[in-house]
Ligand binder design. Structure first.
Ligand code: ADP
Length: 186
């Protein structure tokens, strides 16, 4: 089991997909799952749409329900989490869940990207993809929420001895190779 950690715009989704493909793991992206609910107009989608639009975090209990459901779908869960956990309670709940399932957290990959570069990337994505949460105000909010809620997880996982840091700037291929190398898979 792996986790991709890092600020919005760091390239977690892209790298998680590439590494999942290379290692034959299943990628679980809470952001993608939530956006699908919003698109399809489900009850959950209606609840989370305004939260996501503001750049705030969806409540932990809703996220954990999603994660449990996704894990249940897999006969043998071998997973890369993208965008989860994002809070300390989510991280602690994941520890318990993995413990119950007898699964081990092998690696947490932190993608580091300077803030200026993050804002530029998110603004560019805003123009190209038109995601409702990719506007300047929301981008600032998401970065602030990251610093406050998610950044403390770096220390949480460093203490467990499972944290690997990779610079998320440069050619996408090279970053993937770096990730595979630091986790000892290449
Ligand atoms: P990014 O990393 O670029 O901000 P994501 O696609 O990972 O984008 O997430 C988009 C939004 O979905 C977040 O701003 C948040 O509102 C919600 N979200 C995704 N994952 C979580 C999570 N684990 N906990 C709480 N909210 C989440």
């Amino acid at each position: 089991m792996m986790i991709f950690l890092g600020p919005p715009g760091a390239g977690k989704g892209t790298q998680a997909a590439r590494v999942a493909e290379r290692l034959g793991l299943t990628k679980i992206s809470t952001g993608d799952i939530l956006r699908a609910h919003v698109r399809e107009g489900t009850e959950l989608g209606k609840k989370v749409a305004p939260i996501m639009e503001r750049g705030d975090l969806v409540p932990d209990d809703l996220i954990l329900a999603i994660i449990k459901e996704e894990l249940k779908k897999l006969p043998v869960p071998r997973v890369i989490f993208d965008g989860f956990p994002r809070t300390r309670p989510q991280a602690e709940a994941l520890d318990r869940l993995l413990g119950d399932l007898g699964l081990r957290l092998d690696a947490v990959v932190l993608l580091e990207v300077p803030t200026d570069e993050l804002v530029q990337r998110l603004m560019k994505r805003a123009q190209e993809e038109g995601r409702v949460d990719d506007n300047e105000e929301t981008i600032r909010r998401r970065l602030a929420v990251y610093r406050e809620e998610t950044e403390p997880l770096i220390d949480y996982y460093a203490r467990k001895g499972v944290l690997f840091t990779v610079q998320g700037v440069g050619p996408v291929d090279q970053i993937t190779e770096c990730v595979l190398k630091v986790i000892g898979a290449a």
